[in-house]
Structures are given as C-alpha cells and as structure tokens.
Design a protein around this ligand. Structure first.
Ligand SMILES: [Zn+2]
Length: 425
C-alpha cells in the first residue's frame, strides 16, 4: 500500500480540542505512523509520496452512531417496503453516500432483511465503498413492542421474541449470521398506538437474557430506550449503546455516570426535529406532532444532554437518517444540532463525532483519533468546521476521505461520492 505524508495541514487530531498549524500525518500500510507538528515528524524514506494540502483542515473520519443503511429515504410508514434485490442495491448506495459524507465508521441500529452483514463483508473486502460497519440485523422486540408493526410494517423484517429462551434463540441465530450488534426495543414511540415511550416492552429477565447471550457470543447490544425507566433497565443489564435517552431522571443520570467508562448515549435527535419541521409533508402536521409529545421530547432531550455532559457521559452523533425527511448523506446535520440545540462548542461536537464515536464503533480503539498506530481514517476539509460546523454538511467541502490509508477521492477534487442532487435534503 505504501507510504504517504499529508503535510501543511491545519490538523485536528481528535485527541483534544487543539488545532496544530503546519500539521502532518504520515500513513504507512493503512496505519498512522505519526500525526502532529511537521517539525517533530520522524524522518521518512526519500520516495515517500507527499501531499501538500495547502492549510486545509485535516480531521479524523467521523462515526455515525445509529445507522440504518437499509432505509431507502422513504416515508417512515413505507420504509423497507422494497423487494430484497432493490433493498440490497439501495443499501450499497447508502454506504457509499455515508462514506463520501465523511463517515468512515458506522454502528448499525438495525437493518431490515438482514442486509448489514453481506454489506459489511463487501465493504471490508474492498468490493464496494463504505464505512467500517458494525453490522446488526433485523430489530428484536417483544409482541406489542415498537418493533412489532408500529408503522404498519412487515413483521418478517423484524424478529419478535417473547421470553428469555426465545430471545436467547433469536440472538444465537444472529450470532450464526455473524452480526456484530444486536438491536432491541426496550420501550416505544410517541407515534405508536400501543407502545409509547415509558411502557417497558421487555421484562428485566428478558433484557438480562438478551445482553448476557449477546455478550457470550461476542456481540454488543444497542437499544431503543426513550424513557428514564427504559434507560435504567438498559444500564442495569449492561446494554452497550443506548439510543435516544430523551427523558432522564436523577437516578438515570447517576446510573449512567457510574458506568460512563463503558456506556454511550446516542440521542438521534434528527428524527424529532425533522418530524416537527417537515412532518406536514408526510401528512403529520406540526400541531398533531406537538400533541403527540414530540416538542416536549425535544425539550426533554436538550435538558437530558446538558445533564449528561455535566456528568461526562459520552454522547454520540447520528441517528435515523435515511427517511425522506432525513436523507442519507445529511448526517452531519447532527453536529449542527449538537452546537445549536445542545449548546456544545464546535470542538466538543467534533470530539463527539470523532474520538467518542470511534471508541463506540471500535472498542479496540483503532479509530476516532489521528494517532500513531491507529487506522488512517481521515477527512480533508476545505474550510474550518471549528468556525462553522455546517461546513461538514457541504459535500463539496469534503475534498478527501481516507479510510485505512485508501483515499476514496482524489485530493483537492470535488468529492465524487457526494450524494446527487435531491438526496442531500
Ligand atoms: Zn433507529
């Protein structure tokens, strides 16, 4: 694969909030050998290729912490309705768009029809472009849970299991299918007629069986938990990444703080924001969505994330992109929400997207920061996201995406993987 030095960069390594002017990154065989000030770089072979990036911003590739690559940018009630061959092609296209949007890692929160594993394998073998994917499969939930036909969906695209042994069997099946991630529903959704947030859809015994079985088989567990009760249930039983966590009480915050070295929160706020702002396009007017409680959910999430930050619990960006109101490729919108809604500095939001997301995506610690010994996953940005975080939403500013030392577009050229018009939202 050879050796390459990126030089003359404004370098954000993701280790801390600092930007190193005159920064350099030395990449050899897909691994970073040095990242820091150019003057302290060790000597490299004379024939090492050099790229002068003319003071562009170089940062770690980002992690989308809650991805559904099987979503086909459709109405929420028509998601996953396409036949399998079409769905597979859509998923491959979505993986390409996600990588081109600056996301070199992604954690699946469920894929209809079990598309993730073949997708991950095709990406890893280099046949198609895409992020490093922690692959899951169909959602797992109980009868009457949010996985069970909330949106009138087809249950063959979900796994409905009740009781510890049925759950263990379902998870053993996921292990056989070579999943990395198990996605379970612990409570529901304000749009649901029968499974709202706050009503637990699994018992403690069932969640305990799910997490134990997944961990025995080397898989991690991610969950849908909106209410404090469902978050506490997740923490009690050792769920690894908790999705949503909109409503938190003191006890939930204390429990999360006690486990902050091992647990991550992925709010996925784009769903509520898009539903309120653009739901009318779907026949779901704002008034009706406010009555359902979605504005309150946003307000509660803002205060929850504030408390999580005070308790230094890691909060990750991303979630539920791939609907017609949140198309694939617009995932960097989350950084804007983190700054504007959650009150983070641009540097703090970038660290959520890089360092913290990377740790969640790859617990072995190979991604998320630009440091000696890590995978060479980085972005070259025309502009400074620390001055304006929205720059990352503009695909024409993402002039280089490197994953494992492979540059997925020519340096300083328009990103060929940018989503085509009409899909950038
Ligand atoms: Zn989701």
């Amino acid at each position: 694969m050879g050796s390459l030095v990126i030089e003359n960069a404004n370098l954000f390594t993701g280790v801390d909030e600092e930007v190193i002017h005159n920064g350099a990154v030395w990449v050899s065989d897909g691994i970073i050998r040095f990242a820091g000030h150019q003057s302290s770089m060790p000597p490299v072979e004379d024939d090492t290729e050099k790229f002068d990036v003319c003071e562009k911003f170089v940062m770690p590739g980002m992690t989308e912490s809650h991805v559904h690559l099987s979503y086909n940018n459709a109405h929420p009630q028509q998601l996953n309705s396409q036949p399998l061959p079409t769905a597979m092609l859509d998923a491959a296209d979505n993986a390409r768009v996600l990588l081109g949007s600056g996301f070199t890692s992604a954690i699946s929160f469920g894929s209809a029809q079990g598309l993730d594993v073949p997708l991950r394998d095709a990406i890893n073998s280099g046949r198609i472009p895409g992020p490093r994917l922690a692959a899951s499969d169909r959602d797992l939930g109980s009868t009457g849970s949010n996985a069970d036909g909330t949106f009138g969906g087809d249950n063959s695209k979900k796994i409905i299991a009740d009781g510890p042994w049925a759950i263990r069997k379902a998870i053993r099946t996921l292990a056989k299918r070579r999943c990395d991630i198990v996605k379970i529903f612990l409570d529901g959704e304000a749009l649901s007629e029968f499974a709202p947030p706050g009503i637990l859809t699994y018992s403690d015994e069932e969640v305990d069986a799910a997490v134990e079985e997944a961990h025995i088989r080397g898989m991690r567990v991610v969950c849908h938990s909106r209410s404090a009760a469902a978050v506490k249930q997740a923490v009690r039983h050792g769920v690894d990444i908790i999705g949503h966590a909109n409503y938190l009480d003191d006890e939930a915050i204390d429990m999360l703080e006690a486990k902050r070295e091992s647990v991550f929160i992925s709010p996925g706020i784009a769903w509520e924001i898009a539903l309120l702002d653009r739901g009318s396009e779907l026949g779901l007017p704002r008034d009706a969505m406010e009555q359902r409680g979605y504005q309150r959910e946003v307000d509660e999430t803002i205060s929850a994330v504030k408390r999580l930050r005070e308790s230094r619990v890691r909060v990750l960006i991303g979630g539920d992109y791939g609907l017609n109101i949140t198309p694939h490729g617009t995932n960097s919108k989350d950084l804007e929400y983190f700054v504007d809604l959650f009150g983070m500095s641009t540097a703090e939001a970038l660290l959520c997207a890089t360092r913290d997301g990377g740790k969640a995506a790859d617990p072995s610690g190979m991604v998320g920061t630009l440091e000696d010994g890590k995978y060479a996953d980085l972005l070259i940005i025309d502009g400074n996201p620390l001055e304006d975080i929205r720059i990352l939403q503009d695909h024409s500013r993402i002039v280089g995406v490197m994953k494992g030392g492979v540059m997925h577009c020519a340096l300083m050229q328009k990103n060929p993987y940018a989503a085509p018009d009409g899909r950038t939202g």
